[in-house]
Design a binder for this molecule. Structure first.
Ligand code: URA
Length: 246
């Protein structure tokens, strides 16, 4: 890939703007030698105004999503992209959230520009279960776990039953819910169907990857190689498969 295309795909500007940056000497190698359009040294040695370039494709980030941010760049108001470097919203291929969280849901959100990886994580048959902690308005009445696990639960205005889900009570008004799929407002609608109301919802794990304790709300970082592998392995009691894999 040519230098201009690489920089444009990383969001440093349009091709024309990147050409101007190159001609102005903003792109160097790690020895300070100015690069021109024909040069293409290894990614790790390229500098933009002295700083290392953003990571190349494929990018995989985790964000501790705070309350009040939507997951679509097109939404009005604060979006998760406001929490990331502005260039990340301009990358090609696009950086997308791996399954959306509601505006008022907090917790673990992955973002990637790798479409295949995204589908592998969100597909209902994937081994990657999503674990949510729900704080409830009313005490659990004990019938929810069986109903959620039945594979027969129908949400309002839907004709396809939900895949079996696991509910583990953590207190009278708190539960962990483990899902294979990610339908619109799914956890909130499941509790509404059970006559309850979710006051606060946090995603605490995706597959074997738990939201790290040291990642504060609003913070993001790239995944380590171990964390990336952990998405598809290391199932815990909360993440072991609910439905047989095909
Ligand atoms: N279920 C919901 O109701 N909301 C989310 O954001 C995620 C799962």
């Amino acid at each position: 890939m040519k230098l201009v295309k690489l920089l444009a795909n990383l969001g440093y500007g349009s091709r024309k703007e990147v050409q101007r940056l190159i001609r102005a000497g903003a792109i160097t190698d790690d020895q300070g030698n100015v690069l021109d359009e024909g040069d293409f040294p290894p990614h790790a040695t390229i500098r933009f105004r002295g700083d290392p370039l953003d990571p190349p494709f494929p990018l995989l980030l985790m964000l501790h999503k705070p309350d009040g941010y939507t997951c679509s760049a097109d939404d009005p108001g604060a979006t998760i992209f406001d929490l990331l470097p502005p260039r990340f919203a301009l990358r090609n291929p696009l950086l997308s959230p791996v399954g959306r969280l509601d505006k008022d849901t907090t917790g673990l959100l992955l973002l990637t520009d790798d479409g295949q990886l995204l589908h592998k994580i969100i597909h209902p048959k994937s081994a990657c279960l999503k674990v949510y902690r729900a704080d409830l308005d009313r005490p659990l009445d004990g019938h929810e776990a069986g109903w959620f696990a039945s594979g027969e639960m129908l949400l309002k205005s839907e004709s396809k039953p939900l895949l079996p889900a696991r509910l583990e009570a953590k207190g009278p008004k708190q539960a962990l819910v483990t899902l294979h799929e990610g339908r619109y407002h799914q956890v909130r609608r499941m509790f509404a169907a059970a006559g309850n109301h979710v006051l606060a919802l946090k995603r605490i794990a995706i597959g074997g990857l738990r939201l790290p304790d040291d990642l504060a709300e609003g913070e993001w970082r790239s995944l380590t190689a171990d964390e990336r592998a952990g998405i598809f392995s290391g199932s815990t009691a909360a993440t072991r498969p609910l439905v047989p894999e095909e």
